[in-house]
Design a protein around this ligand. Structure first.
Ligand code: SF4
Length: 429
């Protein structure tokens, strides 16, 4: 079986940037000149539409199909597919069969690029696709000017916001286009951070904001509703706070006919006590106690510091010396949300919901506000941002860090260097 380190996307890339000689020869020895390279097609069908070639003395207009090997034409079943009837040139990396491919018994001229690709492109391509580094261009990125990287970061950050808006829109549909409820669910998800994102979302979905709003004036009732619906009041502890929440939840559960989620969904292992779901749930209850119509308030204010203040929350006094129900802790516990944690909520919940609101309602000012929030929020420090920093790619704000996280996950990890502006800069150097 024939194989090659070259992938078809490399041929597409060279063709798109016109890095093949315009005057060439087909595998059966005919002169071919590329007059127009055609329009790149990302959908099904031939790879380039409306190309124009001169084959010996005749000009042909039609589509171009590309493969690594000539024999791939048959393997992909194009001989039976009418969408390929208008192919005028078959471009391959390597010609591995003696005869050309045929459409309705007519041979399609084949152009083999193996010996025609500029060496620098081939070498750089192979270095990138064969690299086993986390960042395949690790040893080459220093040659890319920082202004090019900064421009690319802008696109990436918007791409990331756009991706997040898909999740927001899915949630929005399930809330019957209720923006307050949608923000409530998004905030819940990020109170759960990575580990408890699912139980937090399940909790928020099982406890509608309308019930929260009806009980906003009673802090203990809110705590009871949150911990009760989280399934955490099913256990048996003797301390007064726990027993009081349990009693209150018993009453509220009957009143609203609500069913708690299963407490086994919550994960504690490998978390620092400060991030235990119990502590985060207590702070979540604190936020819900403090603010009403949060989305409307965020929408109305242009002061990002005001928005940060809105997201501040505090757990009930019980959590000053408890990380879990029933167990006293000697360590002092910060019961309020830290500014780092508020930044996480801004980056992952507030900004994406505002961005989606702007997109859906075609209101650019909310899209800009979503971007401004990221530009005025401190970026995350994590293994990914540290990795980029070690390569000389620095960040100032969350707008930058979000771009680099997106780049690592969606481009570097997938070896999509040919779709990356940094990769494009590297290829021809
Ligand atoms: S995707 Fe871009 S940044 Fe990532 S390794 Fe490839 S060229 Fe470098």
């Amino acid at each position: 079986m024939t194989s090659s380190p070259i992938k078809e996307d490399f041929l597409h890339y060279l063709w798109r940037i016109k890095k093949v000689p315009a005057a060439l020869e087909t595998t059966d020895g005919r002169a071919v000149e590329i007059l127009e390279f055609g329009v790149y097609n990302l959908d099904s069908g031939p790879d380039f539409f409306n190309a124009k070639i001169k084959l010996e003395d005749t000009v042909w207009v039609g589509n171009i199909e590309m493969h690594v090997f000539t024999s791939d034409w048959k393997k992909h079943g194009h001989q039976h597919d009418k969408a390929y009837d208008n192919v005028i040139l078959h471009v391959v990396y390597e010609d591995d069969q003696s005869d050309s491919v045929k459409i309705a018994n007519e041979a399609i001229p084949t152009l083999a690029l193996k010996a025609k690709i500029p060496k620098i492109y081939l070498d750089n391509y192979l270095t990138l696709v064969q690299s086993i580094n986390d960042i395949p261009c690790k040893n080459m990125i220093s040659s890319v000017p920082s202004d090019k990287i900064n421009l690319w970061k802008y696109t990436l950050s918007i791409e990331r916001l756009h991706n997040k808006s898909i999740t927001v829109t899915e949630i929005l549909k399930t809330t019957n286009y209720d923006w307050e409820e949608t923000l409530y669910i998004m905030l819940a998800r990020y109170f759960g951070a990575k580990v408890n994102i699912e139980p937090f979302e399940m909790l928020a979905r099982s406890l509608p904001l309308s019930i929260i709003n009806k009980n906003k004036d009673k802090r203990e009732t809110l705590d009871a509703l949150i911990f009760g619906q989280a399934g955490m009041l099913m256990a048996n502890y003797e301390d007064d706070y726990f027993l009081s929440l349990k009693k209150e939840f018993h009453y509220q559960q009957k009143k609203y006919n609500i069913k708690p989620i299963d407490a086994v969904a919550w994960k504690f292992s490998k978390l620092r006590p400060m991030n235990f779901p119990t502590v985060r749930l207590a702070q979540f209850a604190g936020l819900l106690y403090r603010v009403t119509f949060l989305f409307s308030q965020i929408k109305e204010t242009d002061d990002i510091n005001e928005i940060k203040k809105m997201l501040y929350s505090q757990a009930s006094p019980y959590w000053e010396d408890h990380y879990r129900f029933g167990t006293l802790s000697t360590a002092s516990i910060a019961k309020q949300t830290s500014s780092d944690f508020i930044d996480i909520l801004l980056i992952n919940a507030v900004s994406p919901v505002l961005y989606t609101y702007g997109l859906i309602n075609d209101e650019q000012k909310y899209i800009e506000k979503a971007i401004q929030i990221l530009e005025n929020t401190t970026g995350e420090t994590n293994t990914i941002t540290k990795l980029w920093k070690s390569l000389g790619v620095t960040t100032k704000t969350a707008f930058d860090t979000q771009a680099l996280i997106h780049l690592k996950h969606n481009y570097c990890h997938e070896h999509k260097c040919l779709s990356c502006k940094i990769g494009h800069e590297i290829m021809g150097r």
